[in-house]
Design a binder for this molecule. Structure first.
Ligand code: MG
Length: 459
């Protein structure tokens, strides 16, 4: 069957992949699936945010749902509010880390976690078969606009319950935040001020063109943040994506880290007082997570790439922590969803409790060479390419939880997987030595190229 949902909700360019009338029908499909009820609706700063939010709202109301439109909010703050403030479900209008022309729709169940693949399929079926349960004019849903202030306030207070507020306040940290002109600027600087930190921001104004940088935080696009950290003498810097659920960190010397490294720091810290706990992470993560967890008698459970898989697996196993290499940390005691502001709070807590600088803490963790590459491939070929790659790697030490992951030794591996949101394959690789990493990456590129050629030939 045709798909609407990718790895993280529905993604599209308005007027190209989907039109506004399609969005209304998606709203009707979601409303039909939930059989009415009370929905919390929010969005990030994208230029199509208003039109998409209103179209979704109309579709939902046509099926009898009451829509509480909170306007601009981060995904994690909306998710927290859905769970804790009496909503039946939530809808977030965001394309997260995608470029400004994209928008997207994330659907949250009443537990504040994105619906799983099974429920996505049901929404898709209602949408494609147009089996909408529309109500008559007397019963259309209400539309209530509400201020995001109250929701963000409650959320920030909840985040603060998990950290040593007094100790952090005493330390008077300086932190530079790069919320990439989006909704992260509504939560993280606010948290920092509550914690008596000096909060400096770059790319802090709200702007749906994302003039500051691409909305996806990466090692190669956070130089401005790194310079700001150094020039202001800050304790660290934090960069979010477009909807505030990811956080990448920069230490006081300007070194930028991938999320599996900062995630490993959090795992190390949390498991030191909660030994033996389970950590959930996708197959794309560094072996650092497992090394650190094992040090404390903990166990790592691997999932497919995608926050839904991590969240749902955490809930199934009652695991307190989830980590993604892209900067997603899921802190179960607060909410098993990735949350850039909660992650920042945990880093502050670690700095306050240890009294050490971030660079020092990071230097104590194992170091590996990592590579992350994008390789273009038309969407319609992806499935075939994965099949061919599986065939090519049968004789190797490979696993197929998501895409194809080949192990060269215990600490050297490559993952080749199709992106769920873009017409590309992602290659992730890791090794102890740089030379070995380069060999692995070149081999992966060669295999992928060969597989794409073969898929094209087979048509
Ligand atoms: Mg995001």
């Amino acid at each position: 069957m045709k798909r609407l949902f990718g790895t993280n909700g529905i993604r599209f360019i308005l007027g190209e992949e989907l039109n506004v009338d399609d969005i209304v029908r998606i709203g009707m499909a979601i409303g039909t699936f939930f059989k009415g009820g009370k929905c919390l609706l929010g969005r990030d700063v994208r230029k199509t945010g208003d039109i998409v939010a209103r179209a979704i709202a109309s579709g939902l109301m046509a099926t009898g749902c009451d829509v509480w439109d909170v306007g601009l909010i981060t995904t994690p703050a909306l998710q927290f509010s859905v769970k804790n403030m009496g909503f039946d479900f939530g809808v977030m209008i965001t394309a997260s880390h995608n470029p400004p022309e994209y928008n997207g729709i994330k659907v949250m169940a009443n537990d504040g976690v994105e619906i799983d693949r099974e429920r996505e399929k049901k929404v898709e079926e209602i949408y494609f078969k147009q089996k909408f349960s529309l109500v008559n004019w007397r019963n259309v849903g209400k539309y209530i606009t509400c201020s995001n202030e109250e929701y963000i306030d409650t959320y920030i207070r909840a985040v603060m319950r998990h950290i040593d507020v007094d100790e952090i306040r005493r330390r008077k940290f300086t932190v530079v935040v790069d919320p990439i002109n989006s909704v992260g600027s509504l939560t993280t600087p606010r948290l920092l001020r509550e914690l008596n930190c000096k909060a400096l921001t770059i790319n802090g104004n709200l702007d749906g063109d994302f003039p500051g940088r691409e909305p996806e935080p990466r090692l190669d696009n956070l130089e401005a943040l790194a310079s700001a950290v150094i020039s202001s003498g800050a304790d660290f810097g934090v960069a979010h994506d477009g909807d505030g659920d990811r956080a990448l960190f920069v230490d006081e010397r300007g070194t930028i880290y991938w999320g599996d490294k900062s995630g490993a720091l959090i795992v190390d810290y949390y498991l030191s007082t909660h030994p033996g706990e389970v950590v959930v992470t996708p197959v794309s993560s560094s072996v650092i997570i497992e090394e650190v967890a094992k040090k404390h008698g903990g166990k790592v459970v691997y999932t497919k790439v995608g926050s839904i898989y991590v969240s749902r697996k955490m809930m199934e196993l009652n695991a307190p922590l989830g980590v993604e290499e892209n900067g997603g940390v899921f802190f179960g005691p607060h909410h098993p969803v990735r949350d850039g502001t909660m992650t920042t709070a945990l880093i502050l807590d670690i700095l306050a409790q240890t009294g050490e600088q971030l660079s020092k803490l990071m230097s104590k963790l194992p170091t590996y060479h990592q590579a992350k590459l994008r390789y273009p491939c038309p969407n319609e070929l992806k499935e075939k390419v994965v099949e061919i790659l599986r065939d090519m790697t049968k004789e190797l030490s490979a696993e197929y939880i998501d895409g194809v992951k080949i192990w060269y030794d215990k600490k050297a591996w490559v993952l080749i997987r199709p992106s769920g949101t873009e017409p590309i394959f992602r290659i992730y690789a890791e090794a102890e030595e740089e030379a070995k990493l380069n060999t692995i990456v070149n081999e992966a590129k060669r295999m992928l190229e060969e597989a794409i050629d073969e898929a094209k030939r087979k048509g």
